[in-house]
Design a protein around this ligand. Structure first.
Ligand code: ATP
Ligand code: MG
Length: 465
């Protein structure tokens, strides 16, 4: 069952309920008005009879009484009407044969005010005592047929019902049309959203859901569009990853393969023309370098995979100064080869800190290696200090610096500052800083970078004690 059908059904149900309640109230009011009107008419008839009865009793105006009784007799609801004197004798009756008959119990006042009573199930009686100067002179009585009254009421009620039905039907139809239009208007953005989601699911991530409203559906559409953007970014990242990894795996492998082939040719020449040992040395060297690049990439990818699946830390209390010193010493020869000074500066006494020594060594080494790699002259300084329950290690270089627009993405996987590295011929995987961030965050620490093009960069890691 579609959402449109369900909502239409709900709106229609509510409409029927509202119109039904409204019609019931109308019918109930109509019924009440009919009953009151009926009673009013009966009392008016009794009032009229009382008047003519009084005239007949005082001044013997019998003609008026006779005419009035005749008119009452014409009413289908009146069974009989009569005027009695103070002895209970009938002086006027709708049935003239009853005149002069004594009705027992009416030789005294039967009621103080005009009233309607129900003597039996089939009759309704309206009666009133006639007083002159406070003295009882007679009684006026009209007996109505209950079944005739009911028939009259039923007839009027059925007419009222018909009227209300004829009024409700167009309202219901109008409401139905309105429900359909409202539902369609409401459903239209949902359908747009659904089609948009389908398009996104089909992989067309550049498509946008064109809903600009500020309601919940608009917010949902915005979220979908953001999700599509994110997916598109991830897709791009995946493609970059595949092409970068493919390239980084392929080129050292083909270098190894070519070098080994050339080496084989050279070995083949040993017996015949005499081989060139310098060439053989170069081929072995090239193979070795390429194998090293391959292993660097594979180890970096393994590190990233470990970080993403949740690093397991082997915590140990160590002295960060000692670890930094060990790393600085291991990089000193490489720095000297590039004519860069590499120094360790300790700014405060450090207490022991609980870290995974191997992983922390990897993170700090990545920073020092970058600093040396991206610096062509000057210095690299590693500083350690302890402040406010934190230990901070910073690596400052006087290198090429990083353009501001790249700073945000620097710690993303496979990100390398575009063109810049190519010009400077600095090779790498773009995974080093992502590994640093992963390791430091696994220690509840944080990484930070500040840089200025041409002046150098400062990378720092802060770890809570
Ligand atoms: N100290 C630095 N000075 C200037 N640029 C830097 C510095 N450190 C990192 N970068 C820039 O950030 C990029 C990402 O660094 P990252 O260490 O993640 O990868 P990489 O050094 O290119 O590769 P790998 O670390 O695998 O050798 C580098 O390619 C480089 O452009
Ligand atoms: Mg690096």
């Amino acid at each position: 069952m579609s959402l449109k059908f369900k909502i239409s059904l709900l709106v229609f149900g509510l409409l029927v309920l509202t119109i039904g309640s409204f019609a019931s109230v109308l019918i109930w009011n109509e019924k009440k008005a009919l009953y009151e009107n009926q009673k009013k008419q009966q009392m008016e008839m009794l009032g009229g009879l009382e008047e003519v009865c009084r005239a007949a009793l005082i001044i013997h105006q019998d003609l008026l009484l006779t005419n009035y009784l005749k008119r009452l007799d014409d009413s289908a609801q009146v069974v009989e009407a009569m005027c009695l004197d103070h002895t209970g004798k009938i002086i006027g009756h709708t049935n003239t044969a009853e005149i002069d008959t004594i009705v027992p119990g009416f030789d005294k006042p039967v009621t103080k005010a005009p009233e309607i009573i129900f003597p039996d199930q089939s009759t309704l009686e309206a009666r009133s005592c006639i007083l002159i100067g406070g003295q009882f002179v007679g009684t006026a009585r009209i007996l109505f047929s209950q079944s005739q009254i009911q028939a009259h009421l039923d007839k009027n009620m059925s007419a009222a019902r018909k009227r209300i039905f004829h009024l409700s039907l167009p309202i219901l139809l109008l409401g139905l049309a309105a429900a359909f239009i409202i539902t369609s208007l409401f459903i239209r953005p949902v359908n747009t959203l659904m089609n948009g989601a389908r398009t996104i699911a089909a992989g067309k991530l550049d498509q946008k859901i064109p809903i600009k409203t500020h309601d919940e559906i608009g917010v949902l559409a915005k979220e979908f569009n953001l999700m599509a953007d994110k997916l598109s970014e991830l897709d791009q990242l995946k493609q970059d990853f595949v092409s970068s990894v493919t390239h980084d795996l392929k080129s050292p492998l083909s270098t190894i393969s070519i070098s080994l082939n050339l080496l084989k040719n050279e070995i083949d020449k040993i017996a015949t023309q005499g081989a060139d040992p310098a060439k053989m040395h170069d081929y072995v060297l090239q193979s070795g370098e390429s194998a090293q690049k391959l292993s660097h990439l594979i180890f970096a990818m393994l590190d990233v995979a470990h970080i993403e699946s949740g690093l397991k830390l082997n915590l140990k209390s160590i002295n960060l100064e000692e670890l930094a010193d060990k790393i600085v010493r291991s990089f000193r020869i490489i720095a000297q080869q590039k004519n860069i000074t590499l120094d360790l500066v300790v700014n405060s006494r450090l207490s022991l800190i609980s870290v995974d020594e191997g992983k922390m060594e990897r993170a700090i080494s990545n920073l020092v290696s970058n600093a040396i790699k991206y610096t062509s002259q000057g210095s690299v300084i590693v500083e350690v200090e302890e402040k406010n329950g934190m230990q901070k290690l910073s690596v400052t270089d006087s290198g090429q610096g990083i353009p501001p627009e790249s700073l945000d993405q620097l710690f993303s996987k496979f990100y390398r500052v575009p063109d810049y590295n190519k010009k400077k011929k600095a090779e790498g995987t773009g995974l080093g800083l992502a590994i640093v961030k992963g390791i430091v965050e696994a220690h509840n620490g944080s990484v930070h970078v500040e840089s200025e093009i041409g002046k150098g960069s400062v990378f720092s890691i802060t770890i809570p004690l």
